[in-house]
Structures are given as structure tokens and as C-alpha cells.
Write a protein that binds this ligand. Structure first.
Ligand code: CA
Length: 239
């Protein structure tokens, strides 16, 4: 039900790419393979992955150049990158991190090390894939089991309301514009009206019952989830 995190592997050696792909697939990820910078760019132009595993030594543009390019571009800026480097290339590793890589893995590497580093980076950069539960006030949400409860009582939410609540809870007390919510919750390459956000916020409040006031409308700015709702405001003021 939950979408598997996609990982774009940019690696020119088919045997290594295949080995990584198999291991990722067996561990709950959806790998995509690109053999050079150009094909990687085509993948990125189509759909953004949750992470890029980027080989340092590639035909054409090097991993370093690609990392710099993708970091400098608004569309790809936020996609985590782990560089694959050869053993002993210490200056390379530092250059890689300077070029915007989140981490590096030295070849040859064990599957366990690779998975540990991928999970750590995803946790840092994209907590929605970490599976960690989150609690704000009496409201708690567990992404692993897809359960939401308030004061111990289970709540029933639709898939979009679940994603919306998860995002608001992970970023509680901050105000999010409708545009930001569309970006973060509905995601890349989805073109829908900002009014859609209001519809789902309304549904979310209905599903939350007693906890509905935790989702506040901030006039002229957007929405916020707070642990201390303003009791003087009624839910209807969100309209
Ligand atoms: Ca290579």
C-alpha cells in the first residue's frame, strides 16, 4: 500500500548495478538503473527518485560533475545522493561531499553497509520513508502500520488525509502554504488546484474528530498542526 522508495542507480558497470538492484529489491526498495549521466538525467526529468546512488567513475560526465549539477538545479536539489567511490580515494570523498553528496560508500562494499547508509540518509532527508512513528500531543501516527490514533482511540483516514497528516505532524507548529503542501504531500509532477488542499484539510478535520482543532487555518498563510490549539477558534473558522 505504501509506495516503495525508488533509488536511481547511476553505474556504468552492469554487474555492479545488477548486484545493487537485486539487493535493493530484496530489501523493500524500487531500483532504477541508468548507465550514464545522460540516461540518469532522462530518468530525473521523468520522475524524481527518493535517492540517487551515484558512481564516481562514469563515461562522459563524472559522478562529481553530476552531483554538482543536480544540487544546483531546483528540481533535483533535494534528492539525496550517495556517491560510490573506489577504495582509498580520500580526496575524492571530500570532493564528493563538497559537491553536495549526502554520504559515500567505498567499493567494494557489503550489502549491509549499503543498506545501513541508504536508510540513514533517507531518515535524515526524507523521514516519511523511515517508518518511524510520530506523536504530537495526544495524536499519534505510525507509518509502518498506517495507523492513526487520538488519546488511544483509532481514527480512520483516507490515503491522502493520512499523507497530509503525516507531513503536518512531522513539521508541526510551522505554517505551510497550500502550494507547499501540494509540493510535499501530492508530490512532484502533479498539477492540481490549491483548492484541493482545502478539500482534504476539511476531510482530515472530519476524520480527526476531537483532535480537529489541532489543524489550524492561518489566515492568508496556510495551515498548521499544533499541539496547543487555540480553544477560542471553532473548526468552522477554517472555511
Ligand atoms: Ca564506474
Amino acid at each position: 500500500m505504501r509506495k516503495l522508495p525508488t533509488i536511481l542507480i547511476v553505474e556504468d558497470e552492469p554487474a555492479i548495478a545488477e548486484l545493487i538492484s537485486v539487493n535493493l529489491r530484496h530489501n523493500g526498495f524500487a531500483p532504477i538503473w541508468a548507465e550514464d549521466g545522460d540516461s540518469a538525467q532522462r530518468e530525473l526529468d521523468a520522475v524524481l527518485p527518493d535517492m540517487i546512488l551515484l558512481d564516481w567513475m562514469l563515461p562522459g560526465q563524472s559522478g562529481l560533475e553530476l552531483s554538482r549539477k543536480w544540487r544546483g538545479h531546483p528540481r533535483t536539489r533535494a534528492v539525496p545522493i550517495i556517491m560510490l567511490t573506489a577504495r582509498g580515494d580520500e580526496p575524492d570523498k571530500i570532493a564528493g561531499l563538497d559537491a553536495g553528496a549526502d554520504d559515500y560508500i567505498t567499493k567494494p562494499f557489503s550489502t549491509q553497509e549499503m543498506l545501513a547508509r541508504i536508510r540513514a540518509v533517507l531518515r535524515r532527508r526524507a523521514p516519511e520513508h523511515s517508518g518511524e512513528s510520530v506523536a504530537i500531543g495526544a495524536l499519534s501516527l505510525d507509518p509502518a502500520t498506517h495507523r492513526v490514533s487520538h488519546a488511544g482511540q483509532p481514527l480512520k483516514l483516507g490515503p491522502t488525509e493520512f499523507k497530509l497528516l503525516h507531513y503536518l505532524m512531522r513539521n508541526a507548529e510551522r505554517v505551510h502554504s497550500r502550494g507547499q503542501l501540494l509540493d510535499k504531500v501530492w508530490g512532484d509532477h502533479v498539477y492540481i488546484e490549491e483548492r484541493t488542499v482545502d478539500v482534504h484539510v476539511k476531510r482530515l478535520r472530519e476524520a480527526l474528530g476531537d483532535a480537529a482543532t489541532m489543524v489550524e487555518t492561518v489566515r492568508g498563510a496556510g495551515y498548521r498542526l499544533t499541539a496547543q490549539p487555540d480553544a477560542s477558534k471553532s473548526i468552522a473558522s477554517g472555511a
